[in-house]
Design a protein around this ligand. Structure first.
Ligand SMILES: Nc1ncnc2c1ncn2[C@@H]1O[C@H](COP(=O)(O)OP(=O)(O)OP(=O)(O)O)[C@@H](O)[C@H]1O
Ligand SMILES: [Mg+2]
Length: 280
């Protein structure tokens, strides 16, 4: 896997979405620009529309209002240049790790250099020793690594992760977070992570976009200035986590407190928003 992509440029303009005619909106007036090669977390409480937004960016659904452009082209359906990894690795259990990775290449009908590509991808995700093992005989973390290698096989410009590590133990999760970040950086991919885990957002990303309310809106947009090889033990990591927690806690405050103008926290860019949603 030697190719270094440009990383997708994502532009979302005035997006609103409802699933069915007559049902309420789940996202309202979302505008967001994601720079090529950047790593951004979409974070917020359960039900605020994070997965919906990711599916819309992936082209798995069409927004009711507004538009999404990737590298200047309007998203109208799925495309192999952008891939999504879900919480479940969704491997074929009776196939080996190598053959599961090869599925991504088969999908594109790419045969040339196939064996070498699979080997390079398994190496990239640290699973060279497990190439011939059936997926069902791998641990949860190893299965997610195979799913990552399969996703990378199609050489995407945009990698989207929807809480992909939430079923894993803390140490396995931390190792995968570190590796995914390093791989995205090395390949030049744009990465969008959906999570409600504050530490995960800080570990993997350099920016966090906070969604809140029903319908979900962007209520804060934070950047983290941390080294690439960041450690949760670094005081700057703790500071970034605290800032993100404070931004998220804005949603947890009672409605009367939330409507009062509060002084902006340094380097948190609050997004003007009608705080008309309910605070359950
Ligand atoms: N296919 C669907 N049809 C109708 N409503 C849906 C559908 N998928 C999600 N919703 C609704 O849209 C809202 C946002 O859901 P979404 O899955 O995007 O939230 P989320 O932020 O990813 O939550 P979680 O953190 O629990 O995964 C919820 O109220 C949910 O019930
Ligand atoms: Mg979700």
């Amino acid at each position: 896997m030697t190719r270094r992509g440009r990383g997708a440029h994502v532009q979302i303009d005035a997006l609103s979405h409802r699933y069915r005619r007559g049902s309420g909106p789940v996202l309202a007036d979302v505008s967001l620009e994601i720079a090529p090669g950047s790593r951004v977390a979409l974070i917020g409480r359960s039900g605020c529309g994070k997965s919906t937004l990711l599916h819309l960016i992936a082209g798995l659904a069409t927004p009711t209002l507004g538009a999404i452009h990737i590298d200047g082209r309007r998203v109208t359906g799925p495309d192999p240049s952008r891939v999504v990894m879900f919480q479940e690795p969704c491997l074929l259990p009776w196939l080996t790790a190598a053959r599961n990775v090869g599925l991504g290449l088969s999908f594109l009908g790419r045969r040339e250099g196939r064996k070498e590509k699979i080997a390079a991808l398994l190496d990239l995700v640290g699973l060279s020793a497990f190439a011939d093992r059936n997926a069902q005989d791998l641990s949860g973390g190893q299965q997610q690594r195979v799913a990552l290698a399969r996703a990378l096989a199609v050489e995407p410009d945009l990698l989207m992760l929807d809480e992909p590590f939430s079923a894993l133990d803390a140490l396995t999760r931390a190792a995968l977070q570190r590796d995914v970040r390093a791989i995205a950086e090395r390949l030049g991919l744009t990465l969008i992570l959906v999570t409600h885990d504050i530490a995960e957002a800080v570990a993997l990303c350099d920016r966090a976009v906070v969604l809140a309310g029903e319908p979900g809106r962007i209520v804060a947009d934070l950047t983290f200035d941390l080294p690439a090889d960041r450690s949760p033990l670094d005081p700057r990591f703790a500071e970034a986590r605290a800032r993100l927690y404070a931004a998220l806690a804005g949603d947890l405050a009672p409605p009367e407190a939330a409507t009062e103008a509060s002084p902006p926290t340094p380097s948190v860019r609050p997004v003007p928003v009608e705080r008309s949603f309910s605070h359950a």
